[in-house]
Design a binder for this molecule. Structure first.
Ligand code: SAM
Ligand code: SF4
Length: 318
């Protein structure tokens, strides 16, 4: 479906759960305890499959499952196969990788095509300081097992002052040795201003650092995804991507809507618009199609990164 500004919307990101087994510093507002939501207020697998089917009617060809941590929701491979059964062929997850090793093969067999795996540091201590969990070895195994299972993998790294530049050699080595793209994501102001100011490092400065200290960056023409990332190749062949909400504007290329685990549509990550729809989704396929149309029509021309405080990343999944 085309939105009122002529953008083709072909991609829905669905947060299947707002719980997570990590506590990444940049992802929570510090309230750490998760709100206990009654099970009946959370999208069921049937609800999610109905959203996928409704999306298919409107020309959606890609669904991404995110969280919280999507692999905390059981059994995720079953949900993937339900989405596949309604005719969506491009099914992705965004995951912290902790449980990926266990589920990689099952997910692939169920129809999962790709996984964006978050890894901000390879150094175990640094990883633990960021996520609160001593688990980089599990994430690394998850990456390898996903690749072995035939899942297309990309790595996501949130760019942080004093951390990313130190971790760059190891992260680039990881991407190069596994032959997978590494994408740098600019820190979004989803946390308190003081923490954000302490951690923020401009993505354009990181790009400049790589060019001046590591390798020239050659733009890659190939479309490596349906997203906002711009890709470059290092001299050794490693592909890196940059996703920035402050330093680069990509609103005119936006092709997606987001739905959280309670059935609310967020037409834009950076606009305080939330359309509640659990009842509509549960009313049936026609009602779900109308709800998705409503969400697509509500997409603003531009988002404002500073207006996004009302929604936490772990609720909408990035
Ligand atoms: N738990 C999964 C994971 O970590 O990949 C999926 C959900 S997480 C919210 C999705 C993505 O959002 C991750 O790549 C994470 O690094 C990113 N993210 C979380 N908070 C962020 C922030 N404040 N700024 C930029 N990216 C953020
Ligand atoms: Fe959890 Fe992902 Fe947020 Fe980290 S970024 S706390 S893994 S939801």
């Amino acid at each position: 479906m085309v939105d009122p500004l002529g953008r083709k919307i072909e991609y829905i990101r669905i947060s299947v759960i707002d719980h997570c087994n990590f506590m990444c510093k940049y992802c929570t507002t510090g309230t750490h305890g998760f709100e206990k939501v009654p099970k009946e207020d959370i999208l069921s697998f049937e609800d999610i499959a109905r959203i996928a089917e409704a999306g298919k009617h409107l020309g959606i060809n890609k669904i991404r499952l995110t969280g919280g941590e999507p692999l905390v929701r059981h059994p995720l491979p079953k949900l993937v196969s339900m989405i596949k059964d309604v005719g969506i062929d491009d099914i992705a997850i965004t995951t912290n990788g902790y449980y990926l090793s266990i589920y990689a093969r099952e997910l692939k067999d169920a129809g999962l095509t790709s996984a964006n795996i978050s890894i901000d540091a390879v150094n175990p201590e640094t990883f633990k300081n960021i996520t609160g969990v001593d688990a980089v070895h599990l994430v690394l195994k998850g990456i390898d097992d996903a690749i072995d299972a035939g899942i297309k993998v990309k790595l996501n790294t949130v760019v942080m002052k004093d951390i990313t530049i130190k971790e760059l050699p190891a992260l680039l080595d990881l991407a190069r040795s596994r032959n997978v793209p590494l994408r740098f994501i600019e820190l979004m102001p989803k946390i308190d201003t003081e923490t954000w100011n302490d951690m923020f490092f401009k993505i354009t400065d990181l790009k400049k650092y790589i060019e001046e200290n590591i390798s020239p960056l050659t733009p890659v023409d190939a479309q490596l995804g349906k997203g906002p990332s711009t890709y470059y190749q290092l001299e050794d062949g490693t592909i890196v991507g940059f996703i920035a909400f402050f330093s680069m504007n990509y609103c005119q290329r936006c092709n997606r809507i987001r739905i959280d685990s309670r059935g609310n549509i967020y037409p834009c990550l950076f606009a305080p618009i939330k359309l509640p729809g659990l009842d509509k989704i549960r009313a049936g396929l026609e009602e779900t199609i109308e709800f998705l149309k409503e969400g697509i029509k509500a997409k603003p021309e531009h988002g404002d990164p500073n207006a996004a405080w009302s929604v936490e990343m772990r609720n909408i999944g990035g």
